[in-house]
Ligand binder design. Structure first.
Ligand SMILES: [Fe+2]
Length: 485
């Protein structure tokens, strides 16, 4: 019975595919190029007076400040939010403080939007707060009681010094985000409901050729109210950059609109390069797209990074950027990152580097290079992962030299920090443990890796592509064909 279902689910799309090919001369692998669940011509994510896309964005010192961004239609002229100590009683509004912020206008195919950002400051560490954000009213001049507020969300500020907690990390969501990434972020929440921060290593959406606001609508839809209660720490990928006929790629306007990140990065990359100190862990976002399209920007980030790492009192240090230091997938390599950034990671003891882009899984400390076949140094642990449905194939080199690799698994990762151990686990979207290791630090600051990888007998071990209808020689799935096969 199960086998029959499996076979028919493979055959049906092929049959439908053939029909489309006959009528529209579309190559087989592009039989469905939709990237969202929004049919052509339909409007699903128009801004309104009701606040949406509400997202917690960490401030530089997360123990005492908290950023929040949201969207409304263009009738809402001001960014206003309220914050209160999170009482167990309903009278939050009696205790709340109104805070004003900044508003940015953005017109897309979904309409004219205002994106608002407020930073709550002077907060107490390790304290539970409740907040809400203000929308608009149906008619101009309506009484305040007619204004559309969001619901009350709550979040706990981090402790001022290190204390144990859990974070979550995702590789690329990118394609079919509502259809196929939503269950990943939701399973991650079920697996680690105590997580205080979620790291996204770029290509949150596919974009690349324009504004693609439906894709952003789907990204916020997939996470829903989670984004309003768990901090989201994102680094941009190449797909958050728009390709032009000439000249360098430029970052999509939604990036700055959605993520009001701390302005502690190097000019002019302050919307995409930044760090936050979050309960004794420093998270650093780098912009590998800018580094790869401009050596000047690779060096600019390197110089900034050196100073950020030199003055770092935190217990653990996590760096996230989109393009991998050591590529996992066929036909990919990013030498400028190894030239400009890798030596700094090693000099200053970065613990873990969280990456995406390759649409496979690969975990390793270093990859041998050149004819010597030597590791350049111990270095941090590098991870490439993927959360969405676009899937590529692992190279032989990565297979041989990385501690764990996989194809075709939708994954999320949990990081549990204690004073001396960082416990890392990669799990499939179905909740199964796929890969794990501990980084253990001794009293001299030396870090050792304890491999906790899964048993070779597991069907997940070195999982490889099973799609009988591979779209290309280097790909297992495009990620778009899964929307409506
Ligand atoms: Fe990418």
């Amino acid at each position: 019975m199960f086998l029959t279902t499996m076979i028919s689910s493979f055959l049906l799309p092929l049959a439908a595919n053939a029909a489309i090919d006959n009528t529209q001369s579309v190559p087989q692998y592009t039989h469905v190029e939709r990237n969202t669940l929004v049919p052509a011509g339909a409007v699903r994510y128009a801004p309104s007076i009701f606040p949406d896309r509400i997202v917690l964005v960490p401030a530089a010192d997360a123990a005492t400040a908290q950023g929040v961004s949201w969207r409304t239609d263009a009738s809402v002229a001001h960014a206003v939010a309220e914050i209160a100590p999170a009482l167990a009683t309903p009278g939050l509004h009696y205790q709340s403080l109104a805070v004003q912020g900044k508003t940015m206008a953005l017109s897309t195919s979904n309409g004219d939007a205002h994106h608002h950002h407020v930073t709550f400051s002077d907060l107490e560490p390790d304290t539970l707060y409740a907040y809400r954000v203000r929308g608009g009213s149906a008619q101009e001049g309506d009484a305040p009681a007619q204004v559309a507020w969001s619901e009350w969300f709550q979040f706990r500020t981090p402790t001022a010094e290190f204390s144990p907690y859990t974070a979550v990390y995702f590789g690329d969501a990118q394609n079919a985000v509502k259809s196929h990434f939503s269950r990943v972020i939701r399973e991650a929440f079920r697996s680690a409901p105590e997580a205080m921060i979620m790291v996204h290593a770029g290509d949150l959406v596919n974009s690349r050729y324009g504004e693609h606001d439906d894709e952003w609508g789907e990204w916020f839809d997939a996470g829903g109210w989670l984004h309003g209660m768990v901090n989201q720490f994102a680094a941009p990928g190449n797909h958050e950059y728009i390709e032009h006929e000439s000249g360098p790629r430029t970052i999509v306007p939604q990036w700055a609109a959605h993520f009001g990140v701390p302005k502690n990065g190097p000019e002019p990359l302050q919307s995409s390069v930044y760090y936050t100190d979050f309960q004794g862990v420093r998270y650093i976002a780098l912009d590998s797209m800018q580094a790869l399209q401009s050596e000047e920007y690779a060096i600019l980030q390197a110089d900034w990074l050196r100073e950020v790492l030199r003055n770092n009192p935190n217990q653990w240090t996590i760096v996230s950027h989109h393009h991998p230091m050591f590529s996992v997938s066929l036909g990919r390599d990013n030498p400028p990152l190894r030239q400009h950034w890798q030596p700094i990671y090693e000099e200053f003891g970065v613990d873990l580097v969280l990456q995406g882009h390759d649409h496979t899984y690969g975990r390793g400390q270093n990859i041998t290079e050149g004819t010597s076949g030597q590791l350049s140094a111990q270095g941090p642990m590098y991870v490439v992962s993927v959360a969405g449905p676009k899937m590529y194939l692992v190279t032989e080199q990565a297979e041989q030299q990385m501690q764990a690799t996989a194809e075709e698994l939708q994954l999320f990762q949990t990081l549990h920090f204690t004073a001396n151990t960082l416990r890392y686990q990669a799990r499939t979207v179905t909740g199964e443990l796929f890969d794990a290791f501990d980084l253990s630090r001794d009293e001299n600051g030396n870090v050792t890796v304890v491999d906790r990888g899964i048993d070779e007998a597991s069907p997940l071990f070195m999982h490889r592509c099973t799609n009988p209808n591979k779209p290309r020689e280097t790909r297992c799935w495009n990620g778009t064909e899964v929307i409506q096969p």
